[in-house]
Design a protein around this ligand. Structure first.
Ligand code: B3K
Ligand code: ZN
Length: 868
């Protein structure tokens, strides 16, 4: 490493010395030598005649100030320092860049045959020297020049204002974006595409042209994205009263992309995974993922673009809020319960794990070395839970009043998380003083609850204590304001009204102290409590439920989430006791009452199929690992598998009956149809462990008329290691080897293959014609799946899994540090494993640390993990 990377601190925020009000860009596009001319109108904000612009990997061609060639500048590491400047001036900077050599996929790069950009968080500085910070908002015009036959489409933000032809077969298009924006929202695309066109008329009558650009030949995979976009535009008007503000909205799908998608103003750039779908190539969860991500990026137009972030420490201001909005969108369009369950699984699994890792940080981080490392589950998903808690505390009406005030105050500006909370507080009158701690305190709080029933006084009390364990970067923890949603039931299943001193008490209790007791009057029998309903706060709940109470709640709780949660708690009890049993050499055992409770779920004619499927899904190995300080990888895997096998054999008839009755002749992608497929394929996943497994799976694969059923069959064959596995996998690869995106499902199954020789298989798979380590989707599918979803083989005691990870990371460190930095996460948690494994993982981290070209992305994580 040239220099030790330096951290930035939130507390050091300094407003910019200058601002740029207008930026006129010209791109003369060539694969290896693109010339960028940036004309800025610069204005001094403080008395300061030196201006430091950000810039990385740029070749500086010229600098002009007010029409004069300028010699008062210094090229520094990552910056250009201009001095002796007047108060306000026109600055022209010409740089040369090499998009083709850009494998980091940040800045301007080539994806397949097209040019595209990714500027968030700090990629614009790889295009030109600029004030690359979100609190500098300028009006952009962009002229793009390129060869006409190779790049017939030249796109940028805003409206197309002019175009023309040039000599030598080149042409140009000029774009103008009327909305001032920070550099991270800039985008440019040049390429040859098929375009799906539609339009949308906003509620105030603005006609918006909608265009989705996909690789040639993929037009039949674009309609679902278009439908999702139109649904998003409509939903945001109806639920949030927010309308689109330009005459055109474009989405471009590219194959090489570091994350899901990017909300550039008027020109979203998407990973093709979140655009392309038809029944032959995409599963139901792909369809739902597309709907959510299209919605998410669209919703950013207000929460992110119209009001942006003052600095990157405020990232959750736009991300937590926008995730909340996309979750609500999916819940309003589909099943609220199923959506909530899946969001909670992410929090309880990987987000809690992040809290417990060396990378723990509050949703508004205090210290950052590489900003790209903070696009995390904590900032996004826990950030969304924090917004959701405010929604719970304020109610929909109060929350919408808060949103309105937030836009009144901050539209067109760069704001902070504090601004958002203040708006919520001021609009609703709800005191959020203590609540603000959620922004600065990291880690997962635990709520321990004890109950007491006094038959004579007819009172029931809940004593709640909260505590948060110290995290890697923050030792001291304070009591948080936790909205704790509870309900009480009679033995007959009736709801007991919550009352205290002759008054109704709201279901959402305000837990604000380290320990607090809530007493309820008029409780005429010992109730069954339903606690932390809807997962009203991102905390771990401890309450000593009996099996009977949990089984009761699985049937009687009024809301579906609480029923699901009771089922999960019941499973958790027996997973824990069996892990302890297996460690002492005992067999895995399940009481018949548990089996019968799940039989009841399967036989219910009142529950939606999609919901039954969720009820029947066991917590993942990763989630269970999070329950322990020291993880016994093998014992957990043994128990989870044994429980699956036991439920499969005990409930075989019920699963088989459902499996056959849920078969649908025709394929459609609507919520009821998706729900039926989901339950049917859940049944298949269990039946795979019975005698009929191989034959059923093979038949489903051969009969499937849609990708959901195809992948479900392969996944079942893979987990249960069925005889048919190889044949199905070979057939699929044969059919789809030309299509990387479709092959990703296959790569992920190779990565999660539980077979003992999986590492050899993976190494061989890396030379599959559809695989390339240069493509982030391929890498995540094969390598990411192995590191994250194949715990037994990845953590093999030989250390070969770790060594393999180390080799891949060393390679990606040079070609694409962002992807490397995502991939490394499981290694950071080495302290959770036994000494032998710890030593092996540590050795890999040490080896990375000693690399002399270690990127700051990996540097930040590796040093944090090792110093703990
Ligand atoms: N805002 C982008 C994420 C950018 C990530 C930069 N490493 C996508 C999103 O959250 O919508
Ligand atoms: Zn986002």
């Amino acid at each position: 490493m040239a220099q030790t990377p330096q951290a930035k601190y939130r507390k050091d925020y300094l407003s910019p010395s200058h601002t740029i009000t207008d930026l006129d860009l010209t791109f003369d596009l060539h694969d290896n030598a693109t010339i960028v001319t940036a004309v800025s109108k610069v204005k001094q904000l403080r008395e300061e005649n030196t201006l430091v612009l950000d810039g990385e990997s740029l070749k500086l061609v010229s600098v002009t100030v007010n029409g004069e060639a300028w010699s008062h500048f210094k090229e520094l590491e990552g910056a250009l320092e201009l001095s002796q400047l007047p108060e306000s001036f026109d600055l022209v900077i010409v740089t040369e860049i090499d998009p083709e050599a850009n494998t980091a996929l940040e800045g301007l790069y080539k994806s397949g045959g097209a040019f595209c950009t990714q500027c968030e968080a700090e990629g614009f500085r790889r295009i030109t020297y600029y004030l690359d910070r979100p609190d500098v908002l300028a009006k952009y015009t962009t002229k793009v020049i390129a060869d006409k036959s190779t790049y017939p489409f030249l796109l940028s933000n805003g409206n197309r204002v002019a175009e023309g032809e040039l000599e030598g077969g080149r042409h140009w298009v000029q774009w103008q974006d009327p909305h001032p924006k920070p550099a991270y929202l800039f985008a440019l695309v040049a390429g040859d595409f098929d375009v799906l066109r539609d339009n949308y008329v906003t509620k105030s009558g603005r006609n918006v042209e909608l265009e989705i650009f996909v690789d040639k030949g993929n037009l039949d995979r674009a309609p679902h994205a278009m439908t999702s976009l139109i649904n998003s535009m409509k939903w945001d008007e109806e639920r949030f009263g927010l309308e689109y503000d330009l005459d055109i909205y474009m989405i471009v799908a590219v194959d090489f992309f570091n994350m899901g998608a990017m909300e550039n103003k008027g020109l979203n750039i998407f990973n093709s995974k979140y655009v392309l779908a038809n029944e032959k190539t995409a599963t139901d969860s792909d369809y739902l993922g597309i709907e959510a991500v299209i919605g998410h990026e669209y919703f950013h137009n207000w929460t992110g673009n119209r009001v942006t972030c003052r600095d990157w420490f405020q990232l959750s201001l736009k991300e937590g809020l926008t995730v909340f909005r996309d979750q609500e969108f999916s819940s309003d369009l589909g099943s609220r319960a199923v959506n909530r369950i899946n969001n909670v699984r992410i929090i309880r699994g990987p987000q809690f794990a992040e809290d417990a890792s060396p990378m723990s940080h509050p949703i508004r981080p205090e210290k950052v070395i590489e900003m790209n490392n903070f696009y995390t589950l904590t900032v996004y998903e826990k950030g969304s839970e924090v917004i959701r808690m405010m929604h719970t505390l304020l109610g929909e009406e109060g929350f919408q009043a808060g949103m309105k005030l937030y836009f009144e105050r901050h539209d067109g500006t760069a704001a902070t998380c504090e601004d958002f909370v203040s708006a919520m507080e001021d609009a609703s009158g709800v005191d959020l003083k203590q609540f603000r701690l959620w922004y600065s305190q990291s880690g997962t709080p635990t709520l321990s609850v004890q109950s007491q029933y006094d038959a004579e006084a007819k009172t029931y009390s809940l004593t709640v204590s909260q505590s948060t364990e110290p995290t890697h970067e923050q030792q001291e923890k304070q009591a948080l304001h936790i909205p704790f949603d509870v309900e009480l039931y009679t033995q007959a299943g009736d709801v007991i009204e919550l009352r205290r001193n002759d008054e109704r008490v709201h279901n959402v209790l305000d837990v604000t102290e380290a320990e607090q007791t809530f007493v309820f009057d008029n409780v005429s029998e010992k109730p069954v409590p339903s606690l932390l309903r809807e997962f009203s706060a991102p905390v771990k709940l401890e309450y000593d439920y009996s099996d009977e109470e949990l089984i009761f709640l699985m049937v009687h709780a009024r809301n579906e989430f609480a029923r699901w949660d009771a089922g999960q708690m019941l499973l958790a009890k027996y997973i824990r006791s069996n892990v302890a049993g297996v460690q002492q050499g005992r067999e895995v055992e399940l009481p018949s009452s548990l089996v019968d409770a799940f039989r009841g779920v399967l036989l219910s004619d009142k529950l939606e199929p999609a919901f039954i499927a969720e009820m029947m899904s066991l917590p993942s190995h990763n989630e269970v690992s999070g329950w322990y300080k020291q993880v016994d990888v093998d014992a957990i895997a043994t128990v989870l598998k044994a429980i699956k096998v036991k439920l499969a054999s005990e409930l075989e008839d019920e699963f088989a009956a459902l499996y056959h009755s849920l078969k649908q002749a025709d394929y459609s992608v609507d919520h009821p149809a998706i729900g039926k497929r989901s339950l049917r394929n859940t049944a298949l996943a269990f039946l795979a462990y019975t005698e009929q497994g191989n034959q059923l799976v093979e038949k489903q694969y051969n009969d499937a008329n849609n990708m959901t059923d195809t992948v479900a069959a392969m996944a079942a064959a893979n987990s249960a290691q069925l005889e048919c596995r190889e044949a199905l996998m070979a057939d699929y690869s044969n059919k789809w080897k030309h299509d990387g995106l479709v092959m990703d499902k296959w790569f992920a199954l190779q990565g999660t293959n539980p077979a003992e020789d999986v590492l050899d298989v993976i190494k061989e798979t890396m030379s599959h014609e559809a695989f390339s380590l240069k493509n982030p989707n391929r890498t995540r599918s094969l390598i990411g799946a192995f590191l994250n979803m194949n715990p037994v083989r990845f953590h093999a005691k030989t250390g070969e899994g770790y060594q393999f990870a180390g080799e891949i990371l060393q390679e990606l460190n040079s070609s694409n540090p962002q992807v490397a930095s995502r991939l490394i996460d499981p290694l950071l948690k080495f302290r959770k494993y036994d000494e032998q494994r710890q030593a092996l993982i540590k050795a890999e981290l040490e080896a990375l640390k000693s690399m002399d070209n270690l990127a700051k992305d990996l540097f930040e994580k590796v040093t944090k993990a090792l110093e703990a």
